[in-house]
Each structure stands twice: as C-alpha cells, then as structure tokens.
Design a protein around this ligand. Structure first.
Ligand code: UD1
Length: 422
C-alpha cells in the first residue's frame, strides 16, 4: 500500500497537461459493449478506475488493448454477467448494466462499491431500466435485469431527491440507443461527461439529441458500429490543480483544459481572491495566487453549478484563507470525511448538517493523515503542500483511482512529494 510523503512549503510554478476525464472515460469504455465492432478511445487516463473498467470488459469477454492513453475495445462476443470481484471495487461499474441489457437482453450485476461518501443508491438507474421494459430482480447481492424481447422506448423523469443522476442518465441513455422507438429522459443530468458519452454514442450511429440539457431524446436504432473518440479533459483534475496553484503557487499554467466546463470552479477561485486567465481558445489557463485571499460561501449543485467533486479540495484551500467560509454539499451531505483529517492538521472546521463552517487559519501543520475517498485524498495533498513540516498520507490507492500520476505532476510544478511503498 503506497503512502504519499509531502514536504510542505514549496512553491508551485510551471506548466502541466491535464489528463482525459476519468468520469467521461468510464461510461464511454462501458458503451463499447453496445457494438461488436472496434472502438478506439483516446486520452483515457491511466488511473485504477479505468483499469478496473477494462478488467470488467475483459472478464465479460471483450478483446481490449491499451497502449498509453489509447484503448481499443472489441466486444464481438460477450457474456451478460459482470464479476462481483471487480464490480465491488468501483461504483461506476454499474454503467455496464445499460449496455449489457441492451445488447444481450439480460444483465447480472452485483451492487457496486466505490467511494465511501454516504448512501449511494441505484434506484433511479433501475427505475429507468424498468421504464424501458426490463424486469428487475434481486438475489444474493446481485441485480438481474431481463428484457428477452428487447427494450422499448419510454418517457421517464430521472430526478431524485438530490437532483439528477449522472451515471443513471448515462445508463438509461446507453440502453435506449438500441431500444425500439423513442425514449425521453426528463430531469437528465447535464454534466459535460454525459454530453461526451452522447457524442461518442452518436458517432457509433445512435440518435441522441438534447444531451447536455435536462431533456434528452433518444431514437432507438437497430445496431451500432465502431468508431474513434477522444475523451474530454478532466475538469475535476483541472480544478484540483487550480486550487493547488491558488494555495501554494506562483504562476501555474494548466494546458488541455476546457474553459466552458470550468466556469463554476473558476468563479469560486476568483471569488476567493486569486486570478485565473484563459487563453483565447479557452484550452489553457494561468493561475496566480492572490495577495488578499478571502473566504467564500459555496454550495454544490448539479452542472453547471459548483461540483461536489471539487468540494473537498476547495475546503482545503479555504482552510488557510482568511475569513469564514460556509461550504454546503447538497449532493452528498455526508461528504466531509476530509474535514476530520484537516482538523488534525490544525484547520478550524465545524460540520453541521451537510455544511462545513471553515475559519481560515494562518498555517496548517503536518500530521500523519489517512485518505478516505478519492477527492478527500486530493484535499489532504493540497493541505499538505502548505502545511509546516512533512505530511504522510496513507491509503493513497484512493487518489490513484482518479488522478493520473498526481505525484509526478506535482513534482513537475516544484512540489516536494515522494511516493513510498509500505
Ligand atoms: C457521478 C460521478 C461522481 C460525482 C457524482 C455527482 C462518475 C463516475 N461519478 O457519480 O464523481 O460525485 O456523479 O456529480 O461519473 N442518487 C439516487 N438514486 C440513484 C442514483 C443517485 O438517489 O439511483 C442520488 C445520489 O445519492 C446523489 C445524487 O443522486 O445524492 C447524485 O448522484 P449521481 O449523479 O448518481 O452520482 P454518480 O453518477 O454515481
């Protein structure tokens, strides 16, 4: 199990490239199940979550080749049962459900695992599949979905108590591409990753309109063909490095970003007193730490709102920003595990009903801390960059789930970070 050792106090400077999006790659890799032809997917980040997805596809019988960021998948002949040992490791494995059901008329999936960020139900995914005519049964921790005569297009509303569901929208959209007739998803998730998946599916021959809005219409087709696709940049990785640059930087450039996708994060960084400038094309940005940082109030909400996946990292930045910040997570109200660890480093944070009240302190101090989930671990790395002394972050496998070579990228920017095998 690796540990990250971060020596605090170094100044970040220079430029790095942002990787392809993990959250776009996962459903796109799963969508290759929908066709028997070759799919070539570029800019797939080399993180453990994409590796798990590739292992799941291989276990289903797909022929998969990976060479640096490019993955070639051929699902000529596949089975319809996703293996528990792999599925349990990653929540996003649920997104093989829609493609398997559409292609095979049957899908058996274990209830997935993933980040420990509260209760993560799949009821909306199942509601969507039932609306398309699938029969859903539970047995021995598995969900079995069957539609022996094929899926049939339907109208549905996928809004849950906390708003739309990203992977639920993805799952239904994938299943509906091969359903008979028209499917309308109301209250769909509008995240850029959903749009990237729809673009991928359309280039396979699907007929999807409205992706990226709250209403998606899918006209079912008989079959899909192979294609090449390049995954969008990872807006959460970009946001994490923006926060790092605001926290401990002296001029950091992030290349291969998408300005449109970063609006809410950029606004939050600027509001907290730092500067973010994009080039004309909007694919590169320069972040400069401000002279007078100030606390901000943030509430997470579905895209185009402030992303829950950037809540922990911003909390780390605000922990040493003068003033009081109030951070509310409406999507995952229990997602504040990083705060207990930040407090061990000297942060002044109170948690109350899905809200963190952060009073900025002048200096954090190093402490041994434990990563609890993917974004929480990133927050601890950020805090450690500015803390006095050497911070040891254990359970780094959490961070390796979603950040491609984070230690190498930080080293390139001048941070003093070591990965230690224990
Ligand atoms: C995706 C992202 C994750 C991000 C989350 C919210 C991927 C691989 N993961 O996860 O990084 O934090 O979106 O932006 O893309 N819900 C239900 N019933 C369901 C499904 C979800 O009630 O069937 C609730 C969840 O508990 C949560 C909210 O809906 O409160 C949003 O979750 P959802 O968008 O589904 O998250 P994921 O798609 O799993």
């Amino acid at each position: 199990m690796d540990k990250l050792v971060v020596h605090g106090g170094s100044v970040l400077k220079g430029a790095i490239n942002i990787s392809g999006s993990k959250n776009a790659s996962l459903p796109i890799l799963a969508a290759a199940i929908l066709t028997g032809e070759d799919c070539i997917i570029r800019r797939v980040p080399d993180v453990s979550d994409t590796n798990y997805m590739i292992q799941i596809l291989s276990a289903l019988g797909a022929d998969v080749e990976r060479s640096s960021g490019t993955v070639r998948i051929t699902c000529a002949d596949i089975t319809d049962e996703a293996p528990y040992e792999l599925v349990r490791r990653m929540r996003a494995s649920i997104c093989v459900m829609g493609p398997l059901l559409a292609r095979k008329g049957r899908a058996v999936i274990s209830l997935p695992g993933g980040c420990v960020i509260g209760d993560r139900p799949v009821d909306l995914h199942l509601k969507g599949m039932e609306a398309l005519g699938a029969k859903v049964e539970f047995e021995g921790g598995n969900i079995t979905l069957t539609a022996p005569n094929g899926l049939v297009g339907a109208e549905m509303d996928l809004r849950g108590d906390s708003g739309p569901t990203v992977l639920g929208t993805d799952n239904v959209m994938m299943a509906a591409t091969l359903a008979e007739g028209i499917t309308v998803i109301e209250s769909a998730a509008a995240e850029p990753e959903v749009l990237d998946l729809a673009n991928f599916l359309n280039s396979l021959g699907a007929k999807i309109t409205g992706a990226g809005t709250r209403r998606i219409v899918i006209e079912g087709v008989k079959e899909l063909k192979g294609v090449e696709h390049t995954v969008i940049p990872d807006r959460i990785e970009a946001g994490t490095f923006m926060a790092a640059a605001a926290l401990a930087g002296e001029g950091v450039t992030l290349n291969r970003v998408n300005r449109e996708h970063l609006k809410a994060i950029t606004a939050a960084i600027i509001k907290s007193g730092h500067s973010v400038e994009f080039n004309e094309a909007g694919d590169s940005c320069f972040i400069q730490r401000g002279e007078n940082p100030q606390g901000v109030d943030l509430t997470t909400s579905p895209y185009p709102g402030y992303p829950t996946d950037m809540q922990a990292q911003m909390t780390a930045l605000l922990a040493t920003t003068p003033g009081t910040s109030v951070i509310k997570d409406t999507i995952f109200p229990q997602r504040f595990m990083h705060c207990a660890e930040l407090k061990r480093m000297g942060a002044d944070i109170k948690i109350d009903h899905g809200t963190a009240i952060v009073r900025g302190v002048e200096q954090l101090s190093a402490a041994p801390v434990m990563a609890s989930d993917l974004r929480a671990s990133a927050a601890l790395v950020l805090a450690a960059l500015r803390a006095k002394g050497t911070t040891e972050i254990s359970r780094v496998y959490h961070i390796d789930r979603g950040y491609e070579h984070i230690d190498e990228k930080l080293l390139m920017l001048g941070a003093k970070v070591e990965r230690v095998r224990v």
